[in-house]
Unconditional design. Structure first.
Length: 233
């Protein structure tokens, strides 16, 4: 009986060794094949890299701001993510003192637009608003988002998958609250609108999560009102 067990043990060991060698051979062959494929794949050219870096929000291709001094809005390529230091140096078409903003905006809108505040989820006027028209900046009246790109993200804030024009908004690094996010501001005054995330629907895959109080809505076919006194320029 003991000799039978010994024989069975020898056979089992042989089978295990053979299986290990076979698997190792396959792994080596796969590695060799992958290496061949990598060797055959053409290297990315400089033109390829420039093309790749010029697509989508968050790229900085072609943007070389001065080391100090003002940055003109028109010199910032659409989709560029500004550092916080660069954002502080941007010259906007509409600039007002904080006192002027307080006179122009309600306390809630001032808190959100000029202090980067956030309204509570599911409380905003436009969370479940789907009338056809255009959403404008409550700070300046600038058109920002079309109703055609609005969708229900079920997050409690109005959500859009792209701005009405690529240069309607600017993007700024936001490291507040121990997170890394991309802030969205209107490009006419730098007023805070919300944030953009990479979990939106097709065709962009982006979710512009915007505060209702940062917006006002103009139904299709109607003329938007003028906002406040002339800017201080």
């Amino acid at each position: 009986m003991s000799r039978a067990f010994v024989k069975l043990g020898v056979v089992a060991a042989a089978v295990m060794i053979a299986g290990t060698l076979q698997a190792a051979g396959r792994s080596e062959a796969d590695s060799s094949s992958d290496g061949s494929r990598r060797a055959e794949a053409p290297a990315e050219t400089a033109d390829d890299a420039r093309s790749r870096d010029s697509d989508g929000a968050g790229r900085r291709s072609g943007f070389a701001p001065p080391e100090d001094g003002p940055i003109a809005v028109e010199d910032i390529p659409p989709g560029t993510i500004l550092t916080r230091e660069e954002f502080r140096r941007v010259q906007f078409p509409i600039e007002r003192s904080d006192e002027e903003w307080r006179e122009l905006l309600s306390s809630q809108r001032h808190h959100i637009l000029r202090r980067a505040g956030t309204e509570r989820a599911f409380t905003g006027e436009y969370d479940r608003h789907y009338e056809e028209g255009v959403y404008h900046s409550a700070a300046t009246g600038q058109p920002l988002f079309s109703s055609e790109t609005k969708y229900d993200s079920r997050t409690g804030w109005p959500s859009y998958y792209k701005p009405i024009e690529p240069d309607a908004v600017l993007y700024v690094e936001d490291h507040s609250f121990f997170t890394e996010r991309i802030e969205v501001v209107d490009s006419s005054s730098g007023s805070h609108l919300g944030h953009v995330f990479e979990d939106g629907p097709d065709p962009t895959g982006q979710r512009y999560c915007i505060n209702s109080a940062a917006l006002f809505f103009v139904p299709e076919g109607e003329t938007p009102p003028e906002i406040g006194p002339p800017p201080r320029r």
